[in-house]
Design a protein around this ligand. Structure first.
Ligand SMILES: *Cc1c(COP(=O)(O)O)cnc(C)c1O
Length: 376
């Protein structure tokens, strides 16, 4: 299928090709100087002290939970309106994901009141997800966490370049995790970044990323070590130099590309408001600095979403949904079929995601909104 307007697109040019080629020519292929440089660059960009590059965001979330000591018998409060990895990683750690509802039509992030209602003596952490790069209500969530002695893990997969009160997302909780999957705001093909301002957690995460070995191949190549000990049960969640090289070039473009997303988002909101006022535009009054990762809309009650998506497809426009609620997937229903989340279930049925990427033009936005108006 060749889309006239795809949902997302990468921004690659000569710089990325050359960066990859340089790594291949250097003959050092994984976790070396280029990865260190990528981590350093991400730390400078985000203002978060410790950045640990990993094979993907899912691996990063798993490491975050393990480093926080979360395991069997523990509960972690998570949103259900997220990508399945948010809850899966809690299961990897051996703990139980407890699903919370979202705020509402204006704001699709986890509801602080719903979090409060789900705290039990077993709760150890809250995993928030900054939907579309729009910050969760971190002021309230931090307060709840403090009162109840809970850790916060931020699934910041959407949030590269996002901030709230001038402070980067991914740096509000104990640990943040970013994704560099191809449809995210910057990509390394597969890849992720774990961020923390806690030196002790950073040390643990670095160890766990590579089998909990006290020295890595790179240290030994550098002549810094000749053997190693294994001090825990670690994983192979490393990133390689090819991906890190892509990450360095992509990070340089992130600010400008996010500005383009912001301006396209404003244009969308204006056009939607004028041409299809019955459609709701979540986050249009949001106060943080968003990465504007995706463009979610809420269709009116009774609208036939599959038919609308089909009609837009006929015009070459790709749309998507974010997300089928996690608690309704077969796997999670088998674990607990009693979970009911009123707002999540209502809005997830009516949510539609429109195309958004830096290379999109205002004229494309106009034609997407016109096609939506016709389809409705
Ligand atoms: C993309 C995404 C992930 C997973 O990222 P990977 O890098 O593919 O592991 C996790 N959570 C959310 C919300 C995502 O959008």
């Amino acid at each position: 299928m060749s889309w006239r307007v795809p949902l997302a697109d990468v921004d690659f040019d000569q710089e990325e090709y050359e960066a990859v080629e340089a790594v291949l020519k250097s003959r050092w292929l994984t976790m070396g100087a280029v990865t260190q440089q990528f981590e350093q660059a991400f730390s400078e960009f985000s203002g978060i002290e410790h950045c640990i590059a990993v094979s993907n965001c899912t691996a990063g979330l798993h490491l975050a939970l393990v480093a926080l000591g979360i395991g069997a018998g523990d509960e972690v409060i998570v949103p259900s309106l997220s990508f399945v990895a948010t809850a899966n990683t809690v299961r990897y750690a051996g703990a139980k994901p407890v699903f919370a509802d979202i705020i509402g039509e204006e704001d699709l992030t986890i509801s602080p009141d719903s979090i409060k209602a789900r705290i039990t003596p077993k709760t150890k952490a809250i995993m928030v997800m900054h939907y579309g790069g729009y910050a969760c209500d971190m002021t309230q969530i931090l307060e709840i966490a403090k009162e109840n002695h809970l850790s916060i893990v931020e699934d910041a997969a959407h949030a590269a370049g996002s901030s709230l009160d001038s402070k980067s997302l991914g740096g509000w909780g104990e640990v943040g995790c970013f994704s560099f999957f191809p449809n995210k705001n910057m990509t390394t093909a597969e890849g992720g970044m774990v961020t923390t301002n806690d030196a002790n957690l950073a040390h643990k995460i670095r160890l766990l990323r590579s089998h909990a070995m006290t020295s890595i191949t790179w240290d030994r190549y550098q002549g810094h070590a000749w053997s190693y000990d294994v001090v825990g049960l670690g994983y192979n969640y490393r990133i390689d130099e090819i991906r890190s090289a892509l990450g360095i070039t992509q990070l340089k473009k992130l600010k400008l590309n996010n500005q383009k997303r912001r301006s396209l988002t404003n244009y969308y909101w204006q056009a939607l408001n004028q041409m299809v006022p019955e459609v709701r535009t979540p986050f249009c009054r949001h106060s943080g600095e968003s990465s504007n990762h995706i463009l979610p809309i809420i269709l009116p009650v009774g609208a036939n979403r599959p038919e609308i998506m089909e009609r837009m497809k006929e015009q070459g426009i790709q749309t998507s949904i974010h997300y089928p609620p996690i608690h309704l997937f077969s796997y999670y229903r088998q674990l607990d079929s009693t979970v009911a989340l009123e707002i999540t279930e209502d809005l997830a049925k009516r949510e539609l995601t429109l195309p958004l990427f830096p290379g999109l033009e205002n004229t494309d936005v106009k034609s997407v909104v016109r096609a939506l108006a016709d389809s409705l």
